[in-house]
Design a protein around this ligand. Structure first.
Ligand SMILES: Cc1ncc(CO)c(N)n1
Ligand SMILES: Cc1ncsc1CCO
Length: 239
C-alpha cells in the first residue's frame, strides 16, 4: 500500500461523510439552493486566495526547484480558478467586487486557512504538503462523484467540470506522487505528523461544506442577539 492509500484508509470515515453531505448530493441534482451556493462561492473565493498563500509558503521550503515550481504552479492555478469560476458565478448572482470585499471570511473558512497557513509556515515540508493534499484530492474525488450523478443542464456544471476535469486531475496526481515520495522517505515521527495534518485537513474540508450548507457565520454572544445574558447556576459548595 502506498503512503497516500494508507492516508485514505485512515480517513475513510470523513470521506464517506463528505460524499453523503446534502450539499454535494443537491449539487449533483442541480437542486442546491442558490443562496447556499452563493454563500459557499464567496467563502471559497476567500479560501482559494489563502490556500494559494499557504502553497506559496510551502513552495519556498521545497527541496528542489522542480517541486518549488510544482507548488508555485498550483498556487497560480488556484488563483486562476478563483478568477474564472468565481467571476462566472458571482456575475451570475450579481455579487459586485465591492459586495464581495465587504464579506469577511466565515469562522469555518478562517479556521481552515489558519490551519493551512500555520502548517505551511511553522511545519516542516512533509507536514505542509500533507496538510495541503486534501484540498486537491477530496475535490477531485467529490468532483468526479458529482459528475457521475449530475443531471443535464445543471446550473453548477462549471464547478463540476473544473474539478472533474483533466487540468485539475494533472495537478492532483502530481501532489499525490509528491506526498508518496515524502511519506516513503519519512521517519516515524514525521509520518505521524503528516498523518495528523492530513486528517485535520480532511476534517476542515467537511467543516467548510457543512458550514456553507447551514449558512453559518461567526457565532455571536447571546447578548449581541438581544437574548438574556448568561444565567448563573445555583451556588456550588466546595467541601
Ligand atoms: C474548501 C475548498 N477545498 C478545496 C478546494 C479545491 O480547490 C476548494 N476550492 N475549496
Ligand atoms: C483550484 C485548485 N485547487 C487545488 S489546486 C488548484 C489549482 C490546480 O492547479
Amino acid at each position: 500500500m502506498t503512503f497516500t492509500q494508507d492516508l485514505a484508509k485512515q480517513t475513510a470515515d470523513l470521506w464517506q461523510q463528505i460524499y453523503d453531505m446534502p450539499f454535494n448530493r443537491d449539487m449533483a441534482l442541480g437542486t442546491l439552493r442558490r443562496d447556499v451556493f452563493q454563500g459557499y462561492i464567496v467563502q471559497d473565493a476567500h479560501y482559494l486566495e489563502g490556500f494559494a498563500r499557504a502553497l506559496s509558503l510551502a513552495a519556498a521550503k521545497a527541496p528542489s526547484a522542480d517541486v518549488l515550481a510544482q507548488l508555485a504552479g498550483s498556487a497560480t492555478g488556484a488563483i486562476h480558478v478563483e478568477r474564472e469560476l468565481h467571476a462566472h458565478y458571482m456575475g451570475l448572482f450579481g455579487v459586485s467586487d465591492s459586495a464581495f470585499a465587504a464579506i469577511q471570511p466565515s469562522a469555518a473558512c478562517d479556521h481552515y486557512l489558519s490551519f493551512l497557513l500555520r502548517s505551511a509556515a511553522l511545519g516542516d515540508f512533509p507536514e505542509a504538503v500533507a496538510a495541503l493534499l486534501p484540498c486537491f484530492w477530496i475535490y477531485r474525488e467529490v468532483g468526479r462523484d458529482i459528475a457521475k450523478h449530475s443531471q443535464p443542464s445543471n446550473p453548477y456544471a462549471a464547478w463540476i467540470d473544473t474539478y472533474s476535469g483533466e487540468a485539475f486531475d494533472e495537478s492532483v496526481s502530481r501532489m499525490l506522487a509528491l506526498t508518496d515520495r515524502l511519506g516513503a522517505e519519512a521517519d516515524g515521527p514525521t509520518k505521524t505528523r503528516m498523518e495528523r495534518a492530513f486528517r485535520r485537513a480532511c476534517w476542515h474540508e467537511w467543516r467548510f461544506w457543512d458550514s456553507a450548507y447551514h449558512m453559518e457565520d461567526w457565532a455571536q454572544p447571546p447578548a449581541a442577539q438581544g437574548a438574556p445574558a448568561y444565567q448563573s447556576g445555583p451556588p456550588v459548595s466546595v467541601p
